[in-house]
Structure formats: C-alpha cells, structure tokens
Design a protein around this ligand. Structure first.
Ligand SMILES: *Cc1c(COP(=O)(O)O)cnc(C)c1O
Length: 358
C-alpha cells in the first residue's frame, strides 16, 4: 500500500504533522478550550427554529456574502463597525486560511512569536507561505523592542499576534500590537479567539482598526459562545480587507444552516455568554490553586491556564489521563495547559493532579 511519504507531496508539507489534539472519550475533557457548558435549552430552541426555517429552501444556494449574519456580528462587536467591516467563515481557522491565501503564498513570509497558536504556522505552510518564528522571551513575554526588531529584520507580508495568547493565556500589551501595526509593511492579524474571557480593563485590538488599515482582528463563536460544533469564525477589518478575502473564498462557503444557526445564537448572545463569568471564576481558582502548590502559572485572560515547574510534564499528562482527566501537552517541556470549565471539572482536575504529582 502507498504511504503518505510516497505521494508527490509539496516540499513544504513533507514531514509536517496534521493538527492533532486528541479527541478521546474520557470523563473530563479539558484539552481544547471548548466551553464546558452545553447550549442552554432556550438557545437550542431558537437555533432549531431558525434552521427549520431554512430547510425547504436548501435546494437553493445560501447567501454567498452572508450579509445579514455579518451585520449581526458587527452589531455584537460594536466599536462603530458595520457588516462591511466583517467577514465570516467556517471557524476562525478558515478565516486565517483565507487571509493567508490572499496576503501570503509562495515567495511570501508570515511572522509569528511562539509559543502561540499551533495553527498559525500550519496554515502558513499549508498556503505555501514561509513561516518565520520570532519567538518569545523565556517567560513567554513579548517586548515592543523584540517584536519590532523581528518585523524590521524579516519584513513579513503577514504578522500573527495572538491576544489573549494560546497557550500561555496572557493578553498582549496594547503597545506591542500598536507598535507592530505601525511598523509592519504587510498585514497584521490579531487572533482574539478568547477576547470575551479577558480580565477587566483589557482592551481589544478592535479599538485600533480606525487607525491601522492593514490590521485584522479575528474572533470565533467556538469558545465564549459555546458553539465550537457550529463552526463560525469571523474577522473585523477595513472593508477593503473584506473585499480581498472574497477573491479566494469558495463560493457559498458558509451554509444556509450555519448562517441561520449563528444568527439565532447571536440573538441569544446574553444567554450564551452567561457562562463566561462562571468560567473566569474557575480559571482564577485554578491559577490560585496551582500557585499554592508551588507550580509556575502564567497569568490568564482566557478560559485556560498554562502551568509549569513539572519535572516530567509528559508523564504527568499521561497519569492525568489514567485518572480520567484529559488536559493538553502543548509541546513545551515542563508545562501543561488545562481548560477552565465547570466547578466539578476543576475539582476533578485538582484531585487528579494531586494524585499525578505525588
Ligand atoms: C480555538 C482557537 C481558535 C478557534 O478556531 P475556530 O476555527 O474558530 O474554532 C482560533 N484561534 C485560537 C488562538 C484558538 O485557540
């Protein structure tokens, strides 16, 4: 039988491994930063009704430009944005891919600062773009000086900033984002997948959009909105950026069912986002509990916590799994990442951790 490596793969894909967070059937799953709370009945009913309303017309293609959904998303974001500033796709990963298809590609370069979201380099190489890793400091921070030095050195066509950053959890200081946006010769993408979980007083890069026309902010309904299974991500940017991604998007990429479900969910935004404060409380509890155990803990503005000081993090990850708790080994030796969910999940996580460390 033919093996993967026998196929005439594009050179830059040879030896690459696919995105592969384990999807295991264990009692407590805290490894992909999903919202642990199921969709409330009221929202289930609203989505079911909206989807039902589309079914008879599934013989027709959906609105290719998702105009109504984009207006709703702009209304949710505020900041004076309109549907012309917003574009939607099947998860923010598809948004990122479309952006790289337009602004990256062969002969072009994308710069990121790892540890950050593992999909940024994967989408970069997947679109034939060269990935340059600007790296963060040992303590995972990113200074204005370092970021600017990397931008000046590599003159990237695309810069990825992730704030709050996955997997470290910490929001990026606004002066870093602003300095990069002012200096970068190409597009600057700020991945704000976890914006709704940020600690009070954390500004969004949305506030910078009027000043920096090549700035793009990406968001998702997969985390705070508890809709990871629906696949709905979006961007906010200058209207010209929305025109640009339309050059590469597949026609009718966003199904009528997805558009209807997302609009119905946005109509229940307050209910859906009702779990955010409870999740933040568990996050802060995890940070405090891990700190009191003498572990290193990164400050978190997200629904997860990165903790370190583990002699053998892979062994701890494995023992946690044996105790029925799946967390994430993000490939940083000595560190592991755990999603903040329900109080019961935190109880189970802490109990399993204590057993795994002893
Ligand atoms: C989870 C996550 C996303 C979300 O991706 P979707 O495709 O919208 O589900 C995007 N960026 C980061 C940094 C994430 O952690």
């Amino acid at each position: 039988m033919i093996e993967l490596n026998d196929l005439p793969l594009r050179d830059e894909l040879k030896g690459v491994r696919p995105y592969g967070a384990p999807q295991l059937d264990v009692p407590v799953r805290l490894n992909t930063n999903e919202n642990s709370y199921p969709v409330p009945d009221e929202v289930v009913d609203a989505i079911a009704k909206a989807v039902q309303g589309e079914l008879r017309e599934l013989n027709r293609y959906p609105d290719r430009d998702a105009v109504a959904l984009r207006a709703d998303l702009a209304g949710y974001l505020g900041h004076g944005l309109t549907g012309a500033n917003v574009w939607a796709a099947n998860g923010s990963n598809e948004i990122l891919q479309q952006l790289l298809q337009v602004f990256g590609g062969p002969g072009r370069t994308a710069l990121g600062f790892t540890p950050a979201y593992s999909m940024h380099p994967l989408i970069t190489t997947g679109t034939g773009t060269r990935w340059v890793d600007g790296l963060r400091a040992e303590d995972f921070s990113l200074s204005v000086e370092h970021a600017l030095a990397q931008v000046r050195k590599h003159r990237p066509d695309v810069v990825f900033l992730c704030s709050p950053n996955n997997p470290t959890g910490t929001a990026m200081p606004m002066d870093v984002i602003e300095a990069v946006a002012a200096e970068a010769p190409g597009m600057v993408i700020v991945d704000e997948a976890y914006a709704e979980f940020a600690r009070p007083g954390t500004p969004s890069a949305l506030t910078l959009l009027p000043v920096y026309p090549r700035l793009v902010v990406t968001r998702t309904m997969s985390k705070a909105f508890a809709l990871a299974g629906a696949r709905l991500g979006y961007l906010a940017a200058a209207p010209a950026v929305v025109d640009a991604v339309q050059l590469v998007r597949l026609p009718y990429h966003l199904s009528a069912l997805t558009q209807a479900a997302a609009r119905a969910a946005l109509g229940c935004a307050e209910t859906l986002l009702g779990t955010v404060e409870a999740i933040k409380a568990q996050r802060d509890r995890i940070v405090a509990e891990l700190g009191s155990r003498g572990l290193a803990v990164a400050a978190s503005d997200a629904n997860f916590v990165l903790f370190g000081g583990l002699a053998d993090s892979t062994a701890v990850w494995r023992r946690m799994l044996d105790h029925g708790v799946l967390i994430r080994d993000v490939g940083l030796p000595g560190w592991l990442r755990v999603t903040a969910g329900t109080p019961e999940e935190t109880d189970a996580f802490l109990a399993a951790l204590d057993r795994s460390l002893s």
